[in-house]
Design a protein around this ligand. Structure first.
Ligand SMILES: [Cu+2]
Length: 193
């Protein structure tokens, strides 16, 4: 039976550690002695359990996490590359940091006249076996209302929240606006952690 088939039992009991009849009893089945049908159900149950970690913990990683610092307490943009080594797309739905009172997912867009504007986005999808870059001029994490003075060289913890409940805690390095200016040496030339 393929992983996640509709009639696979959904309870996450530790199948391998329990006698077969107890498992089946827990599933409210009337068959207590493992016959052919029971063995099929048990196999399906075992497969469902074996598949569970793939759903519960997508293999997400973050690299190149930095914040473009701006003076005078202006909102700062957070940039990061998210890597998804899992088989399912991951949906980033929110972010938070103990150092900022408000955090939002934003996307910068060019208007018809070439002017840049920012919009709030409800989610950002990181494709399965792929990556997605938050970078100047595109997606960014908008960090607003710093709770204390933040300087270039500081490190800011940011927790990224995904639709399946997964949280990814990422350390962002704060860099000065001039040091992070696109077009000077190119973003690929930025010092990488
Ligand atoms: Cu923004």
């Amino acid at each position: 039976m393929p992983c996640g088939a509709p009639d696979a039992p959904s309870r996450s009991l530790p199948a391998a550690e329990l006698p077969a009849h107890w498992n089946l009893n827990m599933q409210n089945l009337t068959v207590l002695k493992p016959g052919a049908a029971a063995r099929r159900r048990l196999l399906a149950f075992a497969l469902a359990c074996a598949c569970a970690p793939a759903f519960a913990a997508p293999a997400l990683r973050a690299t190149d996490a930095w914040i473009r610092w701006l003076p005078a307490g202006l909102p700062a943009g957070g940039y990061v590359v998210l890597h998804n080594d899992g088989d399912r797309a991951a949906e980033l739905v929110g972010a938070s940091s103990p150092d900022y009172a408000q955090t939002m997912l934003h996307e910068s867009l060019a208007g018809a006249g070439g002017e840049m504007r920012m919009v709030h986005v409800a989610k950002v999808v990181v494709p399965a076996h792929g990556s997605l870059a938050f970078k100047p001029g595109g997606y960014h994490i908008m960090l607003m209302h710093a709770r204390h003075a933040i300087q270039p060289g500081d490190h800011v913890p940011v927790s990224l929240r995904f639709a399946d409940g997964t949280e990814l805690k990422v350390d962002f390095e704060v860099r000065s606006a001039s040091g992070a200016m696109p077009g000077m040496s190119g973003m690929s030339g930025m010092p990488q952690k």
